[in-house]
Each structure stands twice: as structure tokens, then as C-alpha cells.
Write a protein that binds this ligand. Structure first.
Ligand code: SF4
Length: 347
């Protein structure tokens, strides 16, 4: 195990071939910014953010459907707080609430159970977005709803799977030299899920935790391994090779793979999860979510795939800020633009 001081020295003084690394986890994006890691790296080591923030990759069509449910008599939209200010084509959920729409903010999908029991005449539509990490929580919600015979809960799903997105990024260009594999996703999937991608594209992956030292160790490992495939698990206290089988099993009981639309990336084959036919009665109508009409001045689509740093967007810090976001990447606390703005990363 290399000493952290040696890691810091190496990364600051590195003068080898330029290395471009991508993190694909919103929590990593936030942790990298919070720990000031870009400032600890040589100019020859560049970090870019990928499509790892679940709110940021959600298309506007999805927000519009949620807004419609919030305004529909007898319905309420249920969501985590970070979804409320994501712009749709006709405003966001907060705007809909001001217009009299029924929106409930929760901290966990299971909070919906009590809402549904207390208000049996209202149909609660949960905004089920997220990656492999969150999908088991939606499966648990449905398992409880079945057990308690609650029939007024629906899911509007925009669930994504990470390997397909990374594969898409790698097919677009060969400019990424290594990936900081998503820590939270890896807890569920296991680190082996990245092996095939690593071999196909001949690039290394490092699974990292969320502390500054863990992230620096992963960046160091990727720079050292430049040009050689392999999956390194630097988060062994939480991640195994095979992942969490119980979470995988309950996910597979309720959901199956499907094509999914990503903001800025279009529809990617088998990159999402939808309810199985057996559980279609819980579906609020999630099929065909493929339209994305972002603000003409917003460059989220390029930011999400590492083509553009947030500071390269002409609206960054001017027309677009956390107080008045033009795009989803400036709304979520895991969004690249938000993190660049509050931590002054990259400018
Ligand atoms: Fe979109 Fe704002 Fe980010 Fe520019 S700074 S890409 S407008 S969210």
C-alpha cells in the first residue's frame, strides 16, 4: 500500500503522458470537488465527470409527465427533494406546486406507504429515478405495498444501469484513459461487472470510496496503470466482486432490463430497468419516455459525457446558477455544474 504522502507527491509532480479520467458517480463528483482534488493533480491528469447523476440524466419528458400527475385530480407526485427544481418543458415540480399541484417530498420510497394508507382516495406516483443503488429500494416499496395490500401506489420509472452508459461513452471516443467506477453502484453490482468493459476497451477501472484519500489512491492507481486493463477494488470494506445478491434478487423479481433515454445521450439499448409485466399494475405509464427539450443555452448534454467542463458553458455562473438553474446539472447536489459552481472547480 503506497503512503498517502507519496501518492500526493506523485500526482502533483506527474509529468508522464496526459491521462484523462472519468468519474461516473454523482457522489464521487461531489466528494472530488469537496476535497479539492483537482487542485492536487498535475496538469497532465485531468478529471471529467460522466453521466453519474441520476437526476441530471433524466429527460424533460419525464419531468413533464410528473408535473401532469401532480396537477391531475386524485393524484399526487412523490419525489426526493433534488427533483423538484429540475426544469421540464412547462416548468418544474416546484412551479407545479405553486400552481396548486399536489407534490409530496419524501426522504425514502417507503415513506409513500404511510401516505397511501392515510389517503386511500389519492393515487401516489413515485418519481422512481436512479441507478442500481436505488432500484432495490423501489422493489422493497412494492414488496411492502403487496404485503399491506396497498393499491394506490404507482411508479413512474426512469431507472438506469451504469455499465451500458459507460459502454456508450467508450464507443463515442477513446479519449478516456480510465474510470473511477461508481462506489455506490458497485456495492450492489460487485466490481466484476466492469471486467468486460475494461477488457473490451483496454482501460483500467478503479472502485473507490468517498473519502479524499480513497479517491486519491484510486486516481493514483489509474495513472500508474495507464494503458493496462483491469479492475481494482479500492473500496473492499463495502464492495465485493459479486455484489449484494439479496439486492440483485429483489430487483430482478420486480424489474427487467429495457432500453432507456438519457439526457444528452439519446436512447441506449438495455441501459434501463422497467417493471416486469407481472407488476405492470404498479406502472404509472413509464413507456416511451424519450423526448428531451433542454434550454437552447444549456450544454448539459456535453457536460454529461465529459466533452465540456461546466466552466466551458457560456451560461455558467451568468444566466445559470444554483439560484436560477437552466439545466439539471446545476440543480442536483450531485450535478457537475452545481459542484463546479459551489467549489470553484476548474476555473
Ligand atoms: Fe446547463 Fe447551466 Fe450547466 Fe450550462 S452551466 S450546462 S446551462 S446546467
Amino acid at each position: 500500500m503506497t503512503d498517502i504522502y507519496e501518492i500526493k507527491r506523485f500526482l502533483k509532480e506527474y509529468d508522464g503522458p496526459p491521462v484523462r479520467l472519468m468519474e461516473v458517480c454523482g457522489t464521487h463528483t461531489a466528494a472530488i470537488a469537496r476535497n479539492g482534488i483537482p487542485g492536487m493533480l498535475s496538469e497532465n491528469v485531468q478529471l471529467v465527470s460522466g453521466p453519474g447523476c441520476p437526476v441530471c440524466v433524466t429527460v424533460t419528458d419525464y419531468i413533464d409527465r410528473l408535473v401532469s400527475f401532480a396537477k391531475k385530480p386524485g393524484y399526487a407526485a412523490v419525489s426526493f427533494g433534488d427533483m423538484l427544481r429540475v426544469p421540464g418543458t412547462r416548468g418544474n415540480l416546484s412551479d407545479a406546486r405553486s400552481d396548486g399541484g399536489d407534490i409530496r417530498m419524501v426522504y425514502s420510497p417507503s415513506d409513500t406507504l404511510a401516505l397511501a394508507q392515510h389517503e386511500p382516495d389519492t393515487t401516489f406516483v413515485f418519481a422512481a429515478v436512479g441507478f442500481e443503488t436505488t432500484t432495490p429500494a423501489y422493489a422493497l416499496l412494492l414488496a411492502e405495498a403487496e404485503k399491506l395490500e396497498i393499491s394506490n401506489i404507482r411508479l413512474l420509472t426512469a431507472l438506469k444501469t451504469m455499465p451500458a452508459a459507460i459502454d456508450w461513452v467508450c464507443r463515442q471516443s477513446d479519449s478516456i484513459d480510465g474510470f473511477l467506477a461508481p462506489g455506490n453502484v458497485s456495492v450492489i453490482t460487485g466490481s466484476d461487472v466492469f471486467s468486460a468493459l475494461s477488457q473490451t476497451y483496454r482501460i483500467p477501472f478503479a472502485v473507490a470510496g468517498f473519502e479524499g484519500e480513497s479517491l486519491l489512491a484510486a486516481i493514483y492507481a489509474l495513472v500508474k496503470r495507464h494503458g493496462s486493463p483491469g479492475v481494482l477494488n479500492l473500496y473492499p470494506c463495502a464492495v465485493t466482486a459479486q455484489g449484494n445478491r439479496m439486492a440483485q434478487d429483489i430487483t430482478a423479481k420486480y424489474f427487467e432490463p429495457c432500453d432507456a433515454a438519457w439526457r444528452g445521450m439519446g436512447t441506449i439499448r438495455a441501459s434501463g430497468m422497467m417493471l416486469r409485466k407481472t407488476y405492470a399494475h404498479y406502472d404509472a405509464g413509464s413507456a416511451g419516455l424519450d423526448l428531451d427539450h433542454t434550454n437552447a443555452y444549456c450544454r448539459c448534454a456535453q457536460v454529461l459525457i465529459g466533452e465540456l467542463l461546466p466552466s466551458g458553458c457560456p451560461s455558467f455562473g451568468k444566466a445559470c446558477s444554483p439560484h436560477a438553474p437552466l439545466g439539471a446539472c446545476m440543480v442536483s447536489a450531485e450535478g457537475s455544474c452545481y459542484q463546479y459552481f459551489i467549489n470553484h472547480r476548474g476555473y
